[in-house]
Design a protein around this ligand. Sequence first.
Ligand SMILES: Cc1cc2nc3c(=O)[nH]c(=O)nc-3n(C[C@H](O)[C@H](O)[C@H](O)COP(=O)(O)OP(=O)(O)OC[C@H]3O[C@@H](n4cnc5c(N)ncnc54)[C@H](O)[C@@H]3O)c2cc1C
Ligand SMILES: *[C@@H]1O[C@H](CO)[C@@H](O)[C@H](O)[C@H]1NC(C)=O
Ligand SMILES: *[C@@H]1O[C@H](CO)[C@@H](O)[C@H](O)[C@H]1NC(C)=O
Ligand SMILES: *[C@@H]1O[C@H](CO)[C@@H](O)[C@H](O)[C@H]1NC(C)=O
Ligand SMILES: *[C@@H]1O[C@H](CO)[C@@H](O)[C@H](O)[C@H]1NC(C)=O
Length: 589
Amino acid sequence: MESLLPVLFLGLLLLHHAGCSPLPDPVVCTRGTSNCTVSNTYGSFTDRTVCHAANVTYPSTEEELVAAVAAVASAKRKAKVATRHSHSIPKLACPGGSDGTIISTARLNRTVRIDVAKRLMTVESGVVLRDLITAAAEAGLSLPHSPYWYGLTIGGLLATGAHGSSLWGKGGAVHEYVVGLRIVTPAPASQGFAVVRELGADHPDLDAAKVSIGVLGVVSQVTLALQPLFKRSVTFVKRDDSDLANQAVVWGRLHEFGDMTWRPQEGKVLYRQDDRVDISSPGNGLNDLIIFRPRPTRGLIDARAAEERLQENGTDKAYCAAVRAQAATTEQLAYGFTNDGISFTGFPVVGYQHRIQASGTCLNGPEDGLLTSCTWDPRIRGSFYYNSGFSVALSKAPAFIADMQRLRDINPDAFCAGIDARVGVVLRYIKASSAYLGKPEDSIDFDVVFYRSHTEGEPRVHGDVVDEIEQIALLKYGGLPHWGKNRNFAFDGAIRKYPKAAEFLRMKERYDPDGIFSSEWSDQVLGISGSTNIVKKGCAVEGLCICSEDSHCAPDQGYFCRPGKVYTKARVCSFQPTGHAHPRSGIRG
Ligand SMILES: Cc1cc2nc3c(=O)[nH]c(=O)nc-3n(C[C@H](O)[C@H](O)[C@H](O)COP(=O)(O)OP(=O)(O)OC[C@H]3O[C@@H](n4cnc5c(N)ncnc54)[C@H](O)[C@@H]3O)c2cc1C
Ligand SMILES: *[C@@H]1O[C@H](CO)[C@@H](O)[C@H](O)[C@H]1NC(C)=O
Ligand SMILES: *[C@@H]1O[C@H](CO)[C@@H](O)[C@H](O)[C@H]1NC(C)=O
Ligand SMILES: *[C@@H]1O[C@H](CO)[C@@H](O)[C@H](O)[C@H]1NC(C)=O
Ligand SMILES: *[C@@H]1O[C@H](CO)[C@@H](O)[C@H](O)[C@H]1NC(C)=O
C-alpha cells in the first residue's frame, strides 16, 4: 500500500516536459484505406465494441470533401465524420452499419482567413483548438470561451455543444460565437449528389447546424466572431462546501470565467476566480494543466496497477488517503499554472487568453516511442476511465447540490473512489442557446471522471454513488447529458427535454433525407428508432442501462439492484455484504 501514495492515479510526481507520443489515429485500416475500424481517443466506446467501416477518406480541400460526400450519397452508402483523435466517448464517430465510409477531417486543418478589422476568423473544420487559438492570438484576437483541453477539433467540439465556463455575454459554449458555416450535404443527382450550403449569421438553419451531432452532413468551414486579444487574472480560492448550493449560482455572475471544482468527501470547493483584465496588465502566465501534460508511461502503468489494487483489495480509508495525497500534490504544483511559463510564484496568474483558456501539452510531438503519452493513451495500460458530463438548469442547481450533499453525508468516504479520486466534480456555466441541440436554459454543467474496469461487468467500488448522482441530475432535475460524454443510459429520453427537437429533425430530413450521416447510435439518441439502453446481464454495471432487476448488476459479486439512498426512485447497483463470501465483503460497507 505504501507505494500507492506518491504515484497515485495520475502518476503526478514524474512530470515531463520534453516530447510526448502523439495520440493515435482513431481510424485503423488493414488494407491501405480499406477494411477499417474506428474508435475514440480512449480506444473504447461505451459498449466496448469496435466499429467497422469499409474505408476511409482524408479530403484536404473542400472540393475533395464535396466529391467524398457525392460518392457516398450517389451510392446511398452510410458515412460519418471522424476527426484527428475523436474524443467523444459515445459512438458518435461510427458510420451506420459495418461497411460505411469514414470521412476524416484530419487534413482539413487550415486557417482560411482572418479579418482583423471585423474580428472574424474562418477555419477548416478539422483545425485543432490549439492551432485555432494560437492563430487567433497571432492576429491579436481571442476566442473568448473554449473547452479546457485543446486537442479537440472545431468541427467535433461544435457538433457536441462543447464549452468552457461563463454566464457573461453569450456564455461558455463555443457555438455561441459561430457566425457562419459551410456545410456539405447530400443532394439530388441533378445537383451532383452533394452541395455546399453557406449559412451566414442570420440564416435560420444555423441553429440546427452549429450543434448537429454530425447528422446533417460535413461541416467544411466555420467562421467565428472573436474579440480583441485580452488577458485574464486567475486565482484559486479554497473554501468549505457548506454554502456551495447558494454560491454556485452567485459565482458565475461575479467572475466572467469562474468555475468550481468540488471534492465532496473532503468537503472543499476550489473556486476559480478568473476575470478579464486590461491587456497592459503585467504577466505572461501559462495554464499547462497537469492532467493534460505528457506523462512517463511507466508511471501511468504503475498508477493504474495501484488503483486496480485499491479497487479489488483496498479499503475506503486507503482510497481516501491516496486521493488526499494526490490532491495535495496537485495543489502544490498550482494545478499546472505558472506565472511566466516556467515557474509558479503565486496567484493571481495573469496571462494572455490563449495561454490560459485551454491546455494539452501531451498533444505535442515528437513521437518518443511511447516513453511518454497522454494519460489515457489506449496503447498503454494506463488510466482508463469514464467521463460523465451533464447540465442542470441554474434554477435547479442548488437543490441538486443539496441532494448530493445529503448523499455525501450518509457516507463521505464512499465518495473517494468515484467522485474525489481524479479531479472532483467540475462545475461550469453555460447560457441558454438558440441552437436546437444547445442548452434551453442557463445551466451548470457537472463533470466527473471515474474509474472504468478493463473487465466487462466488473463493478466499481461504490459505483452506486456516481450512478445515483447522475440519476438525480437527469431524472429528478431534468438534466441534459453532454453529447460527447457519458454512458448510454444518460441519453435515454434525453431528446424529449429539448423543446426544439422537432425542428432539428425537420432539418435533418431536409439536409440528409436518406440518413447517410445517421447511424444506429444517432437514431437512438435522437429518438428516431430504438433506445440507447442495452438491457442485458450486468448492463447497469457498464452504464448501459438503469437496473430494474438484480441480474443487471452483479449479484454473484454481491451487487444488487436497490433504490437510491437519497433519491429513492433511482435504481443503482449496491453492494450488500450480508451473506456474501466475496473478498470485498470483509472490507467494505
Ligand atoms: C481530454 C478531454 C477533455 C475534454 N474537455 C472538454 C471540455 O473542457 N469541455 C467540453 O465541453 N468538452 C470537453 N471534452 C469533450 C469534447 O468536447 C467532445 O468529446 C468533442 O466532441 C470532441 O471533439 P472531437 O474533435 O474529438 O470530435 P469527435 O469526437 O471526433 O466528433 C464528435 C462528433 O462530431 C462529428 N463531427 C466532427 N467533425 C465534424 C464536421 N466537420 N462536420 C460534421 N460533423 C462533425 C463527428 O462525426 C461526431 O459525431 C473533452 C474530451 C476529452 C477527451
Ligand atoms: C479486415 O480487418 C480485420 C480486423 O479488423 C481482419 O481481421 C481481417 O482479416 C481484415 N480483412 C481483410 C480482407 O483484410
Ligand atoms: C469505399 O468502398 C465502397 C464499396 O467498395 C466504394 O464504392 C467507395 O468508392 C469506396 N470509397 C472510398 C473513399 O474509398
Ligand atoms: C495539417 O495536417 C497535415 C496532414 O496530417 C500535417 O502534415 C500538417 O502539419 C497539419 N497542419 C497543421 C497546421 O497542423
Ligand atoms: C487482490 O487480492 C487477491 C488475493 O490476495 C489477489 O489474488 C489479487 O491479485 C489482488 N488484486 C490486485 C489487483 O492486486
